[in-house]
Design a protein around this ligand. Structure first.
Ligand SMILES: Nc1ncnc2c1ncn2[C@@H]1O[C@H](COP(=O)(O)OP(=O)(O)OP(=O)(O)O)[C@@H](O)[C@H]1O
Ligand SMILES: [Mg+2]
Length: 354
């Protein structure tokens, strides 16, 4: 029915293409369609693969010559729902009645729709996160201009709260800028050899005051045979700062947060830095979503601790750039282990430095 050269062209396309006859029986499916539907399509009814009435009605319109072409978008409920842009066109205007043929192309546009949804959610989240401290600031300003105009004690208290709100907004903007910068350079891995032990010592020392305030203990163990790693010292500082701070923030009093840096026992070419806490732990359903921007298990709690919910998203992007990864193990009521696996420096690179 189709010339060999036409079939070759259709088989070279990445979009799935069907040719159907007047009874909506598939006469040809290109390679992409066969791969997508994982079946021999020829001589099968179109409805066995695309059963949506919208598509079948549109195909009838084209085959009955009521229109030349129809374009529509539909989501097929597969294991993972997939959104397609469908274009149905008459194959040959001369062929009518039982001889009519139509060509249907299905382009997977799920990633475009997902990206759009992520952008919408992101803008909504940022606006919401900025609006709360702004509303609170406006309220304090009104109070300072009105009822508290001549009350120095209230003024001092409100000004301290206002400073907290301003800090919160500035932290949020700082984190958003960090994320944007990281995404821009994600494809360029860092090339310096870093002194991981001194980064970990500095971070744990800087978090001592928080740990004291929260009444938790911080312990750091560094294996004497820890190999050198390639990385960006500032970015790795940010990674451990967030993971250790989370360990402290989400642990009850009188527990210990342990940081252990050692060669990975399972892979000789990487090191493992575990941040273990004996805190609340996490339900497994939250774990895959923790590195999403603004994802917080308990929003209220994270906010009172001054969090923006961007910490683990920043960690994820830094680790992607380092060709490293994060493994989260957690049990409710027992605690969590956030383990970072970093590739060790290649010999050439470490030799360069010495
Ligand atoms: N060690 C942990 N134990 C229990 N829950 C955790 C732990 N680490 C992270 N979480 C959960 O994951 C969420 C996201 O963490 P993330 O570091 O991205 O944000 P945050 O700590 O709330 O804010 P920020 O990092 O901006 O201060 C937290 O709000 C918390 O619900
Ligand atoms: Mg955090």
């Amino acid at each position: 029915m189709l010339k060999k050269s036409v079939k070759t062209i259709l088989n070279g396309l990445s979009v799935a293409v069907f040719v159907i006859d007047a009874d909506k029986i598939i006469r040809f499916g290109n390679n992409a369609a066969i791969a997508r539907f994982d079946a021999n399509l020829k001589d099968q009814p179109l409805s066995s693969f695309v059963s949506a009435d919208e598509c079948l009605d549109a195909a009838s319109q084209v085959l009955e010559n009521k229109t030349d072409t129809v374009s529509l978008e539909l989501t097929l409920q597969d294991v993972v729902p997939t959104t397609y842009r469908l274009i149905i066109t008459r194959l040959d205007a001369e062929r009518t009645g039982t001889d009519a043929r139509a060509i249907i192309s299905l382009e997977d546009i799920s990633h475009i729709r997902e990206a759009e949804q992520m952008r919408i959610d992101f803008v909504a989240n940022v606006s919401h996160e900025l609006r709360s401290p702004l509303t609170s600031l406006s309220g304090f300003i009104e109070t300072l201009q009105g009822p508290a105009k001549n009350d120095p004690v209230a003024q001092e208290r409100f000004l301290a709260l206002m400073a907290g709100d301003a800090q919160r907004m500035s932290r949020l903007i700082g984190d958003l800028l960090s994320l944007a910068k990281l995404q821009a350079k994600e494809r360029i891995p860092p090339s310096n050899t870093v002194d991981l032990p001194s980064i970990l010592r500095r971070v744990t020392a800087s978090l001592e005051p928080l740990s004291k305030r929260e009444n938790t203990d911080l312990s750091l163990t560094i294996s004497p045979d820890l190999p050198l790693v390639t990385g960006d010292a500032d970015e790795l500082t940010q990674v451990f700062q967030n993971l250790i701070e989370n360990g402290v923030k989400y642990s009850p009093q009188n527990t210990v947060v342990e940081v252990i840096a050692e060669p990975d026992p399972s892979h000789i070419n990487q090191v493992r830095i575990s941040v273990k806490d004996h805190g609340d732990g996490l339900d497994p359903l939250h774990i895959p979503r923790l590195t999403e921007r603004f994802y917080r298990v308990d929003k209220g709690r994270s906010r009172t601790m001054g969090g923006t919910g961007l910490g683990l998203a920043i960690v994820k992007h830094i680790l992607i750039r380092h060709r490293a990864y994060l493994h989260i193990d957690s049990q409710v009521g027992i605690g969590s282990n956030f383990a970072v696996f970093l590739p060790i420096a290649t010999r050439k690179r470490s030799a360069d430095k010495h």
